[in-house]
Write a protein that binds this ligand. Sequence first.
Ligand code: CAA
Length: 261
Amino acid sequence: TSNYETITVEQRDAVTLITLNRPQALNALNSKVLEELIEALAAYQADASQLCAVLTGSGDKAFAAGADIKEMSEKAAADFYLDDFFSPWTSEIVKKTRKPWIAAVNGFALGGGCELAMMADFIIASENAKFGQPEIKLGVAPGMGGSQRLTRAIGKSKAMEMCLTGRMMGAEEAERSNLVARVVPHDSLLDEAMKTAAQIAAMPPMAAIANKEMVNAAFETSLDQGLIVERRIFQILTASEDKQEGMAAFIEKREGKWKGR
Ligand code: CAA
């Protein structure tokens, strides 16, 4: 469905599947990947027929083994600073994707790969998944949100240990630490992620965006502010046609038919 170089994009019913596709470099994230991911997620966001997305890595080994070290090795500090390097990962990818998307982590999710997985609304991991922030070993540190999102996800002690030692965390520990929503057998990862995405895509679409916005408010604001966000969004949803339909369908003991309004 596309002329992308570094990713593939496929629509399966209401679910968009985006696959990072540089297996020879363990799907390392270079500027081209960023540019194409921004385009693919914007297309997903703009297409009213698409109601959930899944992001995964091609090949059997990696989701993404980080930002592209070869590309970064050629840049000077002034380039990183003047370009506000890594800024679009949050401003374009996280902030502009208001519809739900899931990371299906099939192997290494290191450095920027771990950070990209954490940008998704939640992570489903295969038993082979390995998470880490090994930037310290390169003389740097996380730059796409790892020190912040990992700390909020798994707490200070574990995040600090991960960042300071650069060690990898396996799938079982990642689930125990609340980094991932669920671990599934390696061979059924994509099926499970697509099934979960289809389940979300079957929900009233406005309510899906609203639920996402509320949970993110808990992640990003104080309890007082978050509770206000929650109540206001709840109140707005009660004016939707899908609220009328959803409650009527419950009372009439039938499935709801959503308008997305
Ligand atoms: N950037 C560029 N190329 C990468 C890469 C990366 N992050 N990770 C792997 N590759 C390339 C390798 O260079 C290699 O290419 P060649 O065959 O051309 O040499 C190919 O992918 C396969 O990798 P390996 O041979 O290293 O595979 P392995 O199985 O022996 O090891 C690995 C796997 C442990 C994941 C190892 O590749 C590795 O440690 N990768 C780097 C991980 C890392 O440091 N990530 C953090 C990057 S910095 C960052 O992300 C900054 C930020 O905060 C945003």
